[in-house]
Design a protein around this ligand. Sequence first.
Ligand code: ZN
Length: 224
Amino acid sequence: MKVKQISEHIWSLQTWVLIPITVWVVVDQKGVTLVDAGIPGMAKGILTFIDKLDCGPLQHIVLTHGHSDHVGAIKRILEHDPVPVYANAKEMPYMEGDLPYPRRKKAQASVAKGLANPLSEDEQGRFEKISGLTPYFAPGHSPGHVVYYHEEDKVLLSGDLFTSKNGKLRRPMAMFTGDMAEAVRSAAIVDRLKPARLEVCHGQSVFHPTDQLSDYLKTNQSET
Ligand SMILES: [Zn+2]
């Protein structure tokens, strides 16, 4: 597993199984937040890294969405550190197997029922900040997909909202994307937040993604 510090508070931990699979470790005064949980084989490496980092205990796991390559290590991590797991309430019925993800035939649970808690929202329905990260709803790849913005570091952890190639924004993987047109529309979050750096789960970092946004939309909107 390749570990890289990407900003003052954030590290990326990446493994390869045909494609890169990335999770992020974010630190604040209280300890460590894990963003996404990769595949089962990453559990040991994640726990060892958090231990070695020595920035406090794991506080919670937050998920961009519930696909199996984003939740795989949760079970083993919780056996070691029983911490809360959070995801968007809209993603719950799909990840818990009550509904099939769009364009999939069968409902299939990727996590046990009741394992994840809904991210907290204020009275206007905006997500509340969690350990320096603000969640934003960015659906399309999955119905309850969220991205996490670290405002202080100006880093957007975008999960599967995009992939990337040679530093360029690319569409999420079509095969696993429920509604591509909606995913492309959700890219507008980049213009709203103007991150200095954008991270994707299945690819490498994208710097100054706002500069690429109009090209991204131009190339992709017509094809969806
Ligand atoms: Zn996915």
